[in-house]
Design a protein around this ligand. Structure first.
Ligand code: AMP
Length: 298
């Protein structure tokens, strides 16, 4: 039977006991309204640990005042059932006052990797993310933290947080789960109108087209980005925040990528009032054939 824990003290007491018993703890931070993307993270967490804690906390400090904090989809009973069905041991579900009591005054600000893309479009967002994730780590005392590739810049920021503050936790990044038409699963997808839901697969097709071009030898960043823009522009009602590519670790944006370089293509846009983000990884071909058997045939 999965337990619901509401306070940080109680969470830490349980974590201390588990650690004394030599158990490995994994944490899966979420904002709830769970879907298969989240449950895939729980499965990976289970593979790495003896005890899985899913956290359910819609963190107000990572939303700007004009963003969708109040309308973010919430359904505790549904989330409880899904987390329990997927073998979570604890659902850590603190109230806002528990995480940010009166007088709370700390904010973790990470520089550089937060300054572009999501960070530029959502000022302060990653300060909120870094601070809450750090608190979730210290509350759960987890050995492993599992995060989705879907929020690629978030994974970069959290790895930086862990490195820079010497947090004793290993970060695992899990692949993006998609609907059959390619739309990345997201709690916010429930707010898409029927028409926008149909249109929303354009993010995946734009990313796929750019990746195809890279695999055929395209290295010029501006061309790669233009391929995504051209595809996205076929849907007139899209309001694009960005469609860009960058080095997957540093987020640097050279004019031309180098052979062997690992890059990420990222899109953020609005369909109606719903903001969607997605990304895809690609590696610039090294020039050495990955199919040596083809030469043997010659
Ligand atoms: P959220 O509840 O949206 O804050 O997401 C919680 C965690 O689930 C984050 O680490 C996300 O990156 C991850 N996640 C969200 N959507 C997906 C998806 N479609 N596939 C895999 N992981 C996801």
């Amino acid at each position: 039977m999965m337990k619901v824990i509401k306070t940080i003290k109680e969470m830490q007491r349980i974590a201390d006991k588990l650690r004394e018993e030599g158990k490995k703890i994994a944490v899966v931070p979420t904002m709830g309204y769970l879907h298969e993307g989240h449950t895939s993270l729980m499965k990976i967490a289970r593979e790495h640990s003896d005890f899985v804690i899913t956290t359910l906390f819609v963190n107000p400090t990572q939303f700007a005042p004009h963003e969708d904090f109040t309308t973010y989809p919430r359904n505790f009973d549904r989330d409880f059932r899904i987390a329990e069905e997927h073998g979570c041991d604890i659902l850590f579900n603190p109230e806002v006052d528990e995480m940010y009591p009166h007088g709370f005054a700390t904010s973790i600000k990470i520089n550089n990797v937060t300054e572009k893309f999501e960070g530029e479009k959502r000022p302060g967002h990653f300060d909120g993310v870094a601070t809450v994730v750090c608190k979730l780590f210290t509350a759960t005392k987890a050995h492993f933290g599992v995060f989705g590739q879907k929020d690629v810049q978030q994974t970069i920021v959290i790895k930086k947080l862990v490195d820079d503050l010497n947090l004793d936790i290993k970060i695992i990044v899990a692949p993006t789960l998609r609907q059959s038409d390619g739309l990345a699963m997201s709690s916010r997808n429930v707010y898409l109108s029927v028409k926008d839901r149909t249109r929303s697969s354009i993010l995946y097709s734009a990313l796929t087209k750019a990746k195809d071009a890279i695999e055929k030898g395209e290295k010029r960043r501006k061309i790669i980005n233009a391929i995504m823009h051209a595809e996205l522009r076929t849907i007139h009602s899209i309001k694009l925040d960005y469609a860009m590519s960058a080095d997957v670790e540093t987020l640097d944006e050279p004019e031309e990528y180098l052979p062997g370089q690992h890059i990420v293509m990222m899109i953020a846009c609005f369909l109606g009032k719903t903001r969607l983000i997605d990304n895809m990884l690609a590696t610039i071909p090294s020039g050495i054939s990955e199919h040596p058997e083809k030469f043997e045939e010659m």
